[in-house]
Design a protein around this ligand. Structure first.
Ligand code: NAD
Ligand code: DAU
Length: 338
């Protein structure tokens, strides 16, 4: 499994994964295949761009002919699929592209894997497919009760993977990760949004009462978990990846303000996300049996993340212009709770 196709590798987690794999496996070749949507960014991969073991191809995972050509040209052994539309709020505005990429695009990758007999398709999925979990923690065998167009699309991708394993013997594995934080996360997601707003003394728009809970994990822990499943996971199986510790959004927001020395008065409660999942929680015993656990505590992960955004304004300042400003206005204007 030496030639990897990393679809969506110019995004947040994908680019961290590419860097991680090139570091850990000196004899691997990694080809990133990415459509470069608003969330894809070649700045995320600047430090590997001259590595002879790395290559980039601009393309859409829904374009079967192009995916086939790349697989043949680069003698690909395995696909790790990060490509997706990923933001829940955008899925509430325009669900169509989510269904297209996250379901149809996954099907295209599975078909190509079937045709060329690839060793593995690894699907990077999410804890959101279980739906909100008010009590207890989700097991990999739990029913998928999705509530947003994003999570429904991701669940569709997961189910297609399983169908290709059962029906055609395509060796798939799936990981379902909790909320990642760390370098290169597009600042529409809550943690980089709050950090970069706080740096500029702009209010932090907190949905509803802010008591929703998420399991925030450091992105490199997640990448390591994907590596473990890619190499040691059993085809046809799904593995949860998280820290097992949930934090309320309001606690996360206050900690960011503490780390930056900014006042809590920057927190502004706004009308809630429609259908907002109150809590996610993963049982990670199955991946634990393969020797993986998340290494960073929430506090360590958040501190590293805050430091990275403070030190890397070059990266996020140019993103927070143009399309981003338009989106921000559309998403947040007039939602303040007085
Ligand atoms: P991201 O939005 O930062 O990046 C997505 C990448 O996919 C971008 O580079 C984009 O250009 C690319 N892409 C989108 N549509 C494409 C298409 N049709 N063809 C090719 N490339 C396309 O996302 P992320 O946060 O890095 O998430 C990566 C994966 O991990 C997603 O599948 C997501 O569902 C999953 N995931 C994310 C989190 C999280 O907290 N961010 C947690 C668990 C799982
Ligand atoms: O759980 C894994 C998922 O985590 C991934 O599959 C998704 O791709 C990723 O976007 C993320 O989804 P969330 O909806 O949990 O992430 P987001 O950063 O959008 O929101 C995190 C929490 O913060 C959620 O409870 C909503 C809240 N929030 C979010 C935004 C953008 C706010 O209070 N204010 C905001 O402005």
């Amino acid at each position: 499994m030496k030639n990897l196709l990393v679809t969506g590798g110019a995004g947040f987690i994908g680019s961290n994964f590419v860097r991680y794999m090139l570091d850990i496996y000196p004899d691997y070749h990694v080809i990133v295949y990415d459509k470069l949507t608003y969330a894809g960014n070649l700045d995320n991969l600047l430090d590997v761009k001259d590595d002879p073991r790395y290559g980039f191809v601009h393309g859409d995972i829904c374009d079967a002919a192009k995916v086939e050509a790349v697989v043949q040209e680069h003698d690909i052994d395995a696909v790790v699929n990060f490509a997706a539309d990923t933001h829940v709020d955008r899925s509430l505005m325009e669900p169509g592209s989510f269904i297209q990429t996250d379901v149809y695009g996954t099907y295209v990758l599975l078909e190509v894997a079937r045709k060329f007999g690839l060793e593995r398709v690894h699907q990077v999925s999410t804890d959101e497919v279980y739906g909100q979990v008010l009590e207890g923690s989700s097991l990999e065998t739990d029913t998928l009760v999705t509530r947003s167009p994003y999570s429904a699309s991701k669940a569709g991708g997961d189910l297609m993977c399983y169908a290709y394993f059962v029906s055609f013997g395509v060796p798939v594995t799936i990981t379902r990760g909790s909320n990642n934080i760390g370098p290169f996360q597009y600042p529409e997601k809550v943690v980089p949004l709050f950090i970069t707003n706080a740096i500029d003394d702009i209010p932090l728009p907190l949905y509803g009462d802010g008591r929703q809970q998420r399991d925030y994990q450091y992105v490199l822990d997640h990448c390591q978990g994907i590596d473990v499943v890619l190499h040691r996971g059993t085809p046809g199986q799904t593995y949860n990846l998280g820290t097992g510790v949930e934090t309320e959004n309001i606690v996360m927001a206050r900690l960011i303000l503490d780390l930056l020395g900014k006042p809590y008065s920057l927190i502004q409660h706004i009308t809630d996300r429609p259908g907002h999942d109150r809590r996610y929680s993963l049982n990670c015993d199955k991946i634990g049996a393969l020797g993986w656990r998340s290494r960073h505590s929430f506090e360590e992960a958040l501190e590293k993340t805050v430091r990275w955004y403070v030190d890397n304004e070059w990266w996020w300042r140019k993103i927070k212009t143009g399309e981003y400003r338009e989106y921000y206005k559309r998403q947040y204007a007039g939602r303040e709770i007085k």
